[in-house]
Design a binder for this molecule. Structure first.
Ligand SMILES: Cc1ncc(COP(=O)(O)O)c(C=O)c1O
Length: 399
């Protein structure tokens, strides 16, 4: 992480540390602990909604299914993108209107479709003929979107390898949807998570519009919905394209045609990332091969799981960088290894990472830990999930 980015983060986090009494929360709950600020979810929602003009936002519940995050989305008027029965049940248990949900898993059991339909969901996604056939004879108030695959080598996880039909084969899937008797709604895609350029949105949307015209000519059907998925990147240690640049690209491609479609998006990371901050402590320190190692009470199998699953590396600062004046108070930076708590060799969170001098008991802070952190953590070595404390209520919550 370059010093300028670190400086920016310190400035932002200092204000938050005071506003949310982070020192008191850590003293009360110990470490590791994740502090969740639902207002950050609402603020990211409002930012995205202002940029993606006219898009219905469906929060990808998988990123952070905490009730406080879901409540923040619902209170902003947002909908939900669900992929499993468990996610459906979670949204329903909170009493949110289920017609605001879309089911975006392209491969599911017929019983899962039944479950979602009974819950009130009417928009589904398929990407191949076998999945389309699972809708045969179902109620006609249900619509099916066909998910398209657009490879994105700049994304941290390129979802087009597992899901989506190539544009050249999409007409066949649309025909299968039409054969089932349910409504063909239109197309969806996901350009991959944490992509470093805007271009994939432009390319995918342009091809989708061409495909809409093509199937109108060949099959005589109109696509009413275009769902541009998620993937909107977050600046962790490095700067990523801003949402304004993605929105501009989307606007340019849609041009005069935006009024022809119901426009949807499925943001996960963008809405959740800023909402959680991790506090973890140094539990041990050693020098190995001339290098300094610090061992933390959270790691790759815990809250830092997105390093393992998607190669996404959050920033890490010492808590004392958030108070006092520079260097005199926190000491000169030196490159260290930060390791997690499990008794194996994989659990290393950062190599050659600049930190001020640290000793056992020092608290480290990682901002931007809301998305794909606890949800993809494991219980390896019997280590419990890091508790989440909601900053405005102080209640701890286990998944
Ligand atoms: C279908 C679908 N929609 C939305 C998302 C959310 O993506 P992101 O968190 O990158 O915005 C995902 C992530 O895996 C997904 O699979």
């Amino acid at each position: 992480m370059d010093p300028i980015r670190r400086h920016q983060l310190r400035e932002t986090l200092r204000a938050r540390a005071v506003r949310h009494s982070w020192a008191d929360l850590v003293a009360a709950h110990g470490t590791p602990v994740l502090v969740l600020d639902p207002a950050a979810v609402a603020s990211a929602y409002r930012r995205l909604s202002a940029e993606l003009r006219g898009f219905g936002l469906h929060y990808a519940v998988k990123a952070l299914p905490h009730p406080a995050a879901l409540t923040a989305i619902a209170s902003c008027g947002g909908g939900f993108d669900v992929a499993t029965n468990a996610e459906i049940d979670r949204v329903r248990a909170l009493g949110f209107p289920m017609h605001r949900c879309i089911h975006t898993h392209p491969v599911k059991k017929p019983a899962d479709i039944d479950h979602a339909y009974r819950a009130g969901i009417r928009t589904f996604v398929v990407d191949n003929p076998v999945e389309a056939q699972k809708f045969y004879g179902r109620d006609r108030d249900l619509e099916v979107l066909v998910r398209l695959a657009f490879p994105n080598p700049t994304a941290k996880s390129d979802l087009s390898t597992k899901f989506g039909v190539e544009v050249r084969d999409a007409e066949l899937v649309v025909k299968h949807v039409l054969d089932t008797g349910v409504a063909f709604g239109g197309f969806s895609f996901h350009v991959g998570s944490q992509g470093s350029t805007v271009q994939p949105y432009r390319t995918a949307l342009r091809s989708t519009l061409e495909l809409c015209d093509h199937i109108h000519r060949t099959l005589g059907v109109r696509a009413h919905t275009i769902d541009i998925g998620g993937g909107f990147p977050v600046s962790y240690r490095d700067s990523m394209p801003g949402i304004d640049r993605i929105a501009t690209a989307v606007d340019e491609v849609l041009g005069e045609r935006r009024g022809q479609f119901r426009l949807l998006a499925e943001p996960g990371r963008f809405l959740a990332a800023e909402a959680m901050t991790l506090f973890t402590s140094v539990v041990g320190t050693a020098t190995r091969g001339g290098k300094v190692w610090h061992y933390l009470d959270d790691g790759l199998y815990g809250s830092y799981s997105n390093i393992l699953t998607e190669d996404v590396h959050p920033p890490i600062l010492a808590m004392r960088e958030l108070s006092g004046s520079p260097s005199a108070a926190w000491g000169a930076m030196e490159p260290v290894t930060l390791a997690g708590p499990t008794c194996d060799s994989i659990d290393v969170v950062a190599h050659d990472y600049p930190m001020p001098p640290l000793t056992v008991g020092d608290v480290l802070v990682s901002p931007l830990m809301g998305a794909y952190t606890t949800v993809t953590s494991s219980r390896f070595n019997g280590i419990a999930q890091t508790p989440i404390v909601v900053s405005d209520s102080g209640d701890a919550w286990e998944a």
